[in-house]
Design a protein around this ligand. Sequence first.
Ligand SMILES: Nc1ncnc2c1ncn2[C@@H]1O[C@H](COP(=O)(O)OP(=O)(O)OP(=O)(O)O)[C@@H](O)[C@H]1O
Length: 415
Amino acid sequence: MDQPKVYAILTNNTSTTQDLVQELLHQKPISQLQELSTLNGLLFSRSEIDRFMDEEERHDIKILTKDRPQSLKTMSSGEQKKALLNHLLEQNPDFLVLINPYDNLDVATQANLKERLCEIGNSRILVQMVSRLDDILSITTHFLKLEGNSLKTYTSPEAFWSKNRQDSVVFEGSIPPPIDVLECNLPDLVVMKNVSVSFDGRPVLNHINWAIKQGEFWQLIGPNGSGKSTILSMITGDSHKGYGQDLTLFGQKKGSGESVWDLKQKIGYYTPAVTDKFRGYHSLENMIISGLHDSIGLYVQPTDIEKNLAHQWLKLLNLYDKREDYFRDLSVGDKRLVMVARAMVKHPPLLILDEPTAGLDDASASLFVALVNKIAAESDSAIVFVSHRKEPQLDPQYIFELHPSEEGSIGSIKQ
Ligand SMILES: Nc1ncnc2c1ncn2[C@@H]1O[C@H](COP(=O)(O)OP(=O)(O)OP(=O)(O)O)[C@@H](O)[C@H]1O
């Protein structure tokens, strides 16, 4: 049997990825992918996992997790992706469409999935739709790029690679200062001493010791399921697992009657899922100003000082000319820049960025990382950047790494 074709379609923020996926799955003829128009394809994507999660929860049934006691929702990203892939293969499709398959996966799990997909590619057509060049499988035979809704072909793989490599970026201007400086005169913002967490008797974190001091720039890394989200949710007050632990947040011992509202005031938090809350008609200017009020829309008349501050941020992001435009109409990459500006506008003592570059193309990820490096260098906010992917240009001072074991993950610190 001939080696099946392995397509890579490079996408960027202009790509109409969903439209192309629907056409492929509904066997619409596409000249560059003609052979697929008579074949059955299935979709491997984050949105499919979310759909199954929703279905399992709403109908209290198990589809992807039928052989396992744990619900899909509480599984790590790696476990969820494995479950989806197995479910799709059981249906024996002719081809698989894979959208950014390695997003949210740690390095080891990415390598495992890449190996598995290479095996699958021996007997089945694969269509990878990826926004990062690093994600393209080595076995790829056909290279394309989706710009807007036009599918571009290349004369050779070499032509594809040389046309699409990225240069690094720099931001002009400085990080705008806050209107009011949030007083936080504590040297230690977060102190965890011997924090251990289990779920249903299964240890996840094992004696974690970590102190985050004012102005420090941390990257938090660890394989899928090692407990990164669990740590973050204890810092943000979203998990009850913090109670009974030796955990001090902004000078207040956990369980000493602290208010979650006070805690939230001190933390700027961004993860890509937060963007989905802003589907209404909010201008970019109002989006940034709403960060000063911790609201989703803006329900008060902004002051001139607030407007001026929003303009400074938008100038820095090169989005000033779009200040009256709706946030919902921005590209994915620009939306994330605005969301970080919104989280940072008050200069909170702690800025948490949870997998913030997931799903971005190379150019947008470089821009995002450049903005984070700049915030770290020019503000007093401490930063915790959670990412599996080695972001080549990210410049943290320290790395807190989780190493899983049977007794739960232990932590180590690298400078
Ligand atoms: N509410 C819960 N009930 C049961 N198990 C849970 C719950 N929340 C998390 N877990 C389990 O705890 C472990 C750690 O999960 P956590 O989400 O903190 O890991 P992570 O490092 O953030 O993973 P990922 O990189 O995939 O997001 C996983 O095995 C997960 O299945």
